[in-house]
Design a protein around this ligand. Sequence first.
Ligand code: ATP
Length: 328
Amino acid sequence: MNEPIEKIAVLTSGGDAPGMNAAIRAVVRACTYYSVECVGVYRGYQGLIEGDFETLNARHVSNIINKGGTILKSARSLEFKTEEGRAKAYKNLKEHGIGALVLIGGDGTFTGGLKFMEEYNFPLVGIPGTIDNDIYGTDNTIGYDTALNTVVEVIDKIRDTASSHNRLFFIEVMGRDAGFIALNSGIGAGAEEILIPEKNLGLDRLVDSLNKSRANGKTSSIVVVSEGDKIGKTVFELADYITENFPIYDIRVSVLGHMQRGGSPSCFDRVLASRLGVAAVEALLDRTTGVMIGITNNQISKVELDKAIKMNNDINEELLKVAEITSI
Ligand code: ATP
């Protein structure tokens, strides 16, 4: 850890998220600013294993701040989960004179990084890049705000049809283990009911809520369902259940899917990614390693990677109350 860091590598791994490019740009330009060479690694950990590297200068990252996806590509690498795979990655990093790594990804990416750091004592820091906002130690992950805006825009459009035809729409949004997208987009789009993995509201409560909406004069309804909802039914099974038991409803299902990951990042995500990218390079140059760089209460924060991986963000009870009160 005492040798000067002359080269920093950056990679994106796991699911892509809008704003990853803005983070890459910030890492590259911070390296340039601090006179350190920046190496882009293509296809996440797989590229690390295969030595798929390219030196990036400030001009390589022109005009990418506004683009979704990741110019470095992402990949899920099974090989990196093996000791042999990680040994190849270490050999490549050493051969290229790379002294530290910036990992942009989710908790799987951080788990792999932590293992690598422990085995080889290799300096690295993580930046949270995932639309799910399910990482402990940061108020927001890169891509979450854009995904919320995308979901709200689509639900607004679906509501036009729902209200024109007096329909009940079940809309499935991403979030296998976390209901942050469902809860916040549901409030933002004025959903009548929101089903999330953290709370098992049960079918009875759903039926109750739909009946109340009807009794209150609502002729159309939107139910936002997180893909990992605890009721234990898929969005289609939920719709079938309501159709069978409450034939008064004219039901449709919409699964939003991968559109939630794409698109140009919001200004919030661009600024967040830029701040995290600069802070990541500064942390490495300060000899900080094994942490995730986040933002807490609008200040740059650092949390140990194992905490970021193992601890969970709680669902804000106040938001649940707001959802309930405003959907009357
Ligand atoms: P997202 O939240 O968007 O899914 P993620 O970073 O959690 O992003 P994963 O596919 O879970 O995405 O992990 C990315 C990569 O990290 C994997 O393809 C694998 O190469 C590496 N990785 C994950 N878990 C481990 C592990 N236990 N050991 C070594 N490497 C791992």
